[in-house]
Design a protein around this ligand. Structure first.
Ligand code: ZN
Length: 135
């Protein structure tokens, strides 16, 4: 079951510079900052109601997100939906033959588990499914 839009992620080439807009100009409250070595990114989150804006800066040159920023420049990267049971969702998506970027959930920010569905299976948007855990 899909519960919520968890976050909208924007890939940026320079996180500090991006903070200048989202935190300082718009005045949003920076609620979480985390480097995630397993995904080769540095992240910053702003909570807006039940959803968040995530800024993602690649920390290496050769990751998928580094290539994305190199090609597109800073721009919207993915939408993340909060799901209740990621494992059963994963079985369901696999049975429908969707193109998943990872077959096994990866660790996302704040230790949450996530899978990514390739834009060629969603009509053009990289989609992250994020397990929120029991609420
Ligand atoms: Zn995300």
């Amino acid at each position: 079951m899909i519960r919520n839009i968890d976050h909208i992620a924007i890939a940026v080439s320079d996180l500090e510079e991006a903070l200048g807009f989202w935190r300082d100009t718009l005045g949003l409250k920076l609620t979480h900052r985390e480097e995630i070595p397993s995904q080769q990114v540095d992240t910053a989150f702003f909570e807006i109601g039940a959803s968040k804006i995530e800024l993602v800066e690649p920390t290496t040159e050769d990751s998928g997100i580094a290539r994305f920023v190199k090609k597109q420049g800073s721009s919207m990267h993915h939408i993340a939906l909060e799901v209740e049971d990621l494992s059963s969702m994963l079985v369901n998506l696999k049975s429908k033959g969707l193109h998943l970027l990872n077959d096994v959930p990866v660790d996302g920010a704040a230790g949450k588990r996530a899978i990514f569905i390739h834009p060629d299976s969603t009509g053009g948007v990289l989609l992250e499914l994020y397990e929120s855990g029991p609420s």
